[in-house]
Design a protein around this ligand. Structure first.
Ligand code: ATP
Ligand code: GLY
Length: 502
């Protein structure tokens, strides 16, 4: 978090006014990294799966969210300290104090639990007040006069249900078909204290996969059938067992550990996506939500969780079997017929939905934490090369003798070839390498006196700190090959003897 703040990945929003909990800005490097995560997500879901992408408003009229159940059920149990007035999610204070899960209990049972276990205010030790419901949606009104109530969307999903008829026509009646939306979601979280893990405005990337309930198959299931999944079943959690079921996606479906083949497929795809971001497979597990933890629309939910040093296991995506809950509710509430012909075209059906729903901010934190390497003499981010916000740093060895001019020309040339290069001439060369390491820049190019004599520059490799020399005319091609892992570093140029420290 320190490097992320210092080096321009993220910082608190509204900072000069004291900041507001649950809101963060992405700085110059964070914005690039975030866009790279979104682009990779699109590679999987829009290009890989062939899903359609839509873009709808964040402001959502009340009737939509009444029909979807969010007005009545998007509730968190909260309590306030009688002494200092701090507000808490009951599930969080109860878990922190006792290690036990109270989600799924009635409000009355929660109150009894808090009294029995003498749960007090974690801030001042004061007594906690009654448990009451808090709807986590931000409320607003449309137009002047406060007549039409609306909410900022708590999920991007609803537009994909509302637009279902048009989208299904766009898919020419084919089932299954999928739709995605990437955009902001808003939740008025009760007491966000975990940086970008719990935000009040965050980016979601959601896919709704519409299918015939009698035919929940994925046409490409065989591609992922052998993917190993680590599943923590709801029943085992309820019995207090930490045991993970290690099964292939195929076994998970065959043994009915997951509700259907589509769910098995998207669990496997989620694992691949997270690994592709740079998260080690050993740090990924799927936790099945217990019935008490599930959202009102879900018949089965799996949370993709990533192990982190700072926050423990963090949910980065939720995969829910939403059945025909949303389509049926919107059909009833709007009066539209939302049934379609089944996959075999013989029956009319209300489609069922499997929804892989990802946050973008939480995976971004996990990517940064897992990339951080702290060695005796240096700290660096071992980001995957395709995730690094800056691909190449360009430095003049010293700020005179015509080296800055030459370095700027090299820098412009690389930008012109589409490489995300950054020019840096401030401080010693060692400090510039250290800064580039801290933001995960995989390669640094240095222009030195030899460059003026023979037109060659050095390239330094972030992970090994080794250096090679290459001619400027070949530089962009060599860097592109290195960034795509098409050539090994030491084969890409002439080895430079190591100088102390840099
Ligand atoms: P949690 O239990 O941690 O509150 P959730 O179960 O409410 O999360 P979902 O409703 O499944 O989360 O939302 C899908 C994804 O959106 C999550 O996996 C997470 O990546 C992201 N997300 C949800 N709430 C937040 C938040 N407050 N801040 C940042 N990301 C969030
Ligand atoms: N769309 C999933 C969620 O908001 O929980």
């Amino acid at each position: 978090m320190d490097i992320a703040l210092r080096r321009g990945f993220i910082w608190p929003s509204f900072e000069i006014y004291g900041g507001v909990g649950g809101f963060y800005d992405f700085g110059p490097l964070g914005t690039i990294l975030k866009n790279k995560i979104i682009q990779k997500w699109r590679d999987y879901y829009v290009f890989g799966e062939g899903f359609f992408e839509i873009d709808s408003p964040s402001v959502t009229p009340e009737e939509v969210l009444k029909a979807s159940g969010h007005v009545d059920h998007f509730l968190d149990a909260m309590t306030e300290c009688q002494k200092c007035g701090a507000a808490f999610r009951v599930a969080d204070v109860a878990r922190e104090a006792t290690g036990k899960d109270v989600e799924g209990m009635s409000r009355h049972e929660m109150e009894q639990f808090m009294q029995e276990h003498r749960v007090r205010c974690p801030d001042c030790g004061g007594e906690l007040g009654p448990v009451f419901d808090f709807n986590a949606m931000f409320r607003t009104t449309i137009g002047p006069g406060a007549k039409r109530v609306a909410y900022l969307r708590p999920e991007t999903a609803q537009a994909m249900f509302i637009d279902f008829k048009r989208l299904q026509r766009h898919a020419r009646g084919k089932l299954p078909f999928g739709v995605v939306q990437i955009g902001k979601g808003y939740r008025n979280e009760i007491s966000p204290r975990q940086g970008i893990i719990r935000l009040r405005e965050f980016t979601m990337a959601e896919a709704e996969v519409f299918f015939d309930p009698d035919d929940p198959h994925h046409p490409k299931f065989s591609d992922v059938a052998s993917e190993e999944l680590r599943l923590w079943l709801a029943g085992d959690q309820e019995r207090g067992k930490k045991l993970l079921n290690e099964v292939t996606a195929e076994q998970a479906v065959k043994k009915k550990l997951v509700c259907n083949e589509l769910m098995g497929y998207y669990l496997a795809l989620t694992k691949r996506f997270l690994i592709d971001l740079g998260i080690p497979s050993g740090a990924i597990r799927f936790r099945q939500q217990t019935p008490g933890q599930r959202a009102h629309y879900s018949a089965e939910t799996w949370d993709a969780e990533v192990s982190t040093e700072r926050f423990g296991w963090v949910e980065v995506a939720g995969l829910a079997y939403r059945t025909d809950y949303d389509l049926s509710r919107h059909a009833k509430s709007s009066g539209e017929d939302l049934t379609v012909f089944s996959a075999d075209k013989k029956r009319k059906v209300m489609c069922h939905v499997v929804e892989p729903s990802y946050g973008i901010d939480r995976p971004l934190y996990c990517v940064l934490e897992h990339a951080l390497v702290q060695e005796k003499n240096r700290t660096y981010l071992r980001l995957k090369k395709d995730m690094a916000p800056i691909e190449v740093g360009v430095f003049p060895l010293i700020s005179r003798d015509g080296l800055p001019e030459k370095a700027l020309a090299v820098y412009e040339g690389l930008r012109g070839k589409g490489l995300m290069a950054e020019y840096d001439d401030s401080g010693s060369i060692g400090r510039r390498y250290a800064r580039a390491d801290e933001v995960g820049t995989p390669y640094c190019v240095t222009i030195d006196h030899q460059t003026l004599r023979d037109g060659t520059v050095t390239i330094r490799d972030r992970d090994t700190t080794r250096q090679i020399r290459v001619g400027i005319e070949k530089l962009s091609n060599v860097l592109c090959s290195l960034l795509r892992d098409e050539v090994s570093f030491m084969d890409a140029g002439e080895a430079v003897k190591k100088r102390g420290g840099s």
